[in-house]
Every structure is written in C-alpha cells, then in structure tokens.
Design a protein around this ligand. Structure first.
Ligand code: FES
Length: 149
C-alpha cells in the first residue's frame, strides 16, 4: 500500500487535484474508493475528512464497496421490466452467480439493478461502465460479457 499511496499522493500534489478529482482518481484506479487510502490521503494532505466525505456520499458514481472491473447496471424500470429485464437478471444469476450489489469472484463484474437509465426506447437496456447496450436479450448480453472476459 505504501508505494501505491505515495504514487497517488504525488499525482494529487503535482496536478493540484480538487477533492472531486481525488475521488475520481481513486475510483478510476481501484474501481471503487478504498476508505483506507482516502483516510491516509486526508491525513497526509491535511484535507478535512468531512468535506471529502460530503462529496463522496453526494455523487452516486462513487462506491466505497469493492467493484469488479466492469459495472453492469441493468435497468428494471417499467419499460425494461415489461420488455424482459427480469430474464436478463436471471441469466446473470444463473451463468455468473451475480446478484444485485454483488461482484463475481474473479472481480470482473459487479451487478447493480437500477430504476431507469433514460434509454427506455431501447428497452431492455443495460450500461456496462459508461457504455449503453439496448434491445437486449439473454444471448446478446451474454455475448457482450463474454467479449469482455
Ligand atoms: S425503464 Fe429502462 S431505460 Fe427507462
């Protein structure tokens, strides 16, 4: 941890990162915000923890739980539910042992079931990291995930 922490602190200092950018850096590096790193950074750079925690809890893009390399957000909002989102969620459970909020053992995938991704016209929809995938069925989703392995 020491080596990695020093490297991160250097990046923060050299680039004079804002609190938001520090959180983005951690999220990008680890796929989640590890609290042990964040606390050490706060101590070493004399950052008030309350300020950075406020930002951390405000933005849903940040997670303090360990995430896989790929975050699969499956929409189970009304339009997607009607068009078969449940089947997609069942396929993920059956083939990848994934459940809402869980990560695969190999740390490849994390599943999050969400209410609406704003792409109802392409239902059923999922987002994998920052990419949208629409008009899904079980096979299409499985092929996408296999291509990421
Ligand atoms: S209900 Fe699924 S994208 Fe809107």
């Amino acid at each position: 941890m020491e080596e990695k922490l020093k490297e991160i602190i250097d990046v923060i200092r050299i680039n004079k990162l804002s609190y938001l950018e520090i959180l983005q850096l951690l999220q990008e590096k680890f796929n989640f915000v590890p609290m042990d790193y964040l606390n050490k950074i706060c101590e070493m750079l004399e950052i008030p923890k309350s300020k950075i925690y406020g930002i951390l809890t405000f933005y849903s893009q940040f997670s303090t739980n360990e995430r896989g390399k790929y975050l699969i957000r499956i929409c189970d909002g009304t339009a997607c539910h009607v068009k078969g989102a449940t089947k997609l969620i069942e396929m993920l459970k059956r083939n990848y042992h994934l459940e809402d909020g869980k990560t695969t053992q190999d740390k490849k995938f994390t599943l999050q079931v969400v209410a609406c991704l704003g792409g109802c016209f392409l239902a059923p929809v999922c987002m994998i990291n920052s990419h949208y995938h629409g008009s899904l069925d079980e096979n299409k989703l499985k092929n996408i995930l296999e291509s990421l392995k």
